[in-house]
Write a protein that binds this ligand. Sequence first.
Ligand code: GLU
Length: 478
Amino acid sequence: MVRTRFAPSPTGYMHLGNLRSALYTYLYAKHNGGRFILRIEDTDRERYVEGATDVIYRTLQSIGMQWDEGPDIGGDYGPYVQSERKAMYLPYAEQLVREGKAYYCFCTKEELDERRAAAAARGETFKYDKHCLHMSREEVERRLAAGEPYVIRQNVPETGEASFDDVIYGHIAVDCAELDDMILIKADGMPTYNFANVIDDHTMGITHVMRGNEYLASTPKYNLLYDAFGWEKPAYIHMTPIMRDAQHKLSKRDGDAYFEDYLNKGYLKEAIVNYVALLGWNPGDEREFFTLDELIEAFSIEGMSKSPAIFDVNKLTWMNAEYIRRLSPEAFTAHAAPYYAEAGIGGMDTGILCRILQPRTEVFTQIPGMVDFLAALPEYEADLFTNKKSKTNPEVAKAVLELVIPKLEALPDWTEEALHETLLGLAAAQGMKNGTLLWPVRIALAGRQVTPGGAIEIAALLGREESLRRLNEGLKKL
Ligand code: GLU
């Protein structure tokens, strides 16, 4: 049975890279009828951010990536939060100490800093020098009994090679001579990420470790631990990074690296997920639009890219516009409502708004800018009435408005149908092109030349009183 895990550290909002890791991990498990496990890696208390775990839950749940085992729902391999597993790690480290594969280290921070500085002065990169490995058992016992602070370090062989085969990156080998004796248990008794991830992946029965490629270089060391314990290794699938451009990873320093940023900018979560899924994976055919279920169906590791993906916000925006166009009118209105309120048009006819806005909205945050003229008539000058194509200018506009205003004042029902019939009927009666009549009306109603929707829709949205007020104001300018 395939068992994958998403193992975020609760350090803040969800980066798009993390979201993609979660997604591929989820998709792989579900495609193979396996289980998707959520594990919170909070051993680094300094980086811990209050509330970040809730962000993780909320994000995964809002997308529909429900985990099968996790901190809140439990499972057979719990607890699923590393800090709650604290007591489990030390016995494993002590086992390695007994077997000579790890050792206690009492070097203080000051001593290490000194040796690090000395190495730097010699132009060398510092590597822990196995100083404490050579301490006698009696001395170790004495210092432990005296309650001296200690860490436990991995005893990496001084020669030979550590290697593993990654599904994406292939064979990765490093000289043991280059590897540091990494800390397994810290002075506060907490395991390091490096140790905990191995113990947890093994004890939770994880079959496929899928994660960012920043762990590629450390994985040979993890495998030395698997070897030291005599455990079977999981399959490793390290994922290529998401790049801002050819040289730079998408990073939080650029802003815009977080899932919530895009929600706040008016992107639909379904579009973000679809786009992120395609950053580093392709279905092997031309399809571009996928629901989560379709992604489960189509996902395969063979489709994962071996080269970094470049994040293209224009492509995301294009995809988002497409998702917006596919929304039902009710769903569009529900998403748009906060932006209507922001623009001050909360009470207007949502049916008309949806009809004129849905086809041209790429991201919801554009809405206030598209409809602000409905809330307040912009300042404008008479020359706004000039338009070659509609054969209008201030003079024509004056004649049109003088004709239109009394007709509209007399209109019994201020509906789109009635407005349509009256205005087009008037144009026909005058032998005027529709555009010549409708242009001045729209300019007077909107105070600008580019609007979503035409004169009739805008008049219907504004209502009788406000429309007539604006038409009269327009006439006064002429
Ligand atoms: N806790 C690690 C992170 O958030 C995950 C590493 C892993 O998946 O093994 O980067």
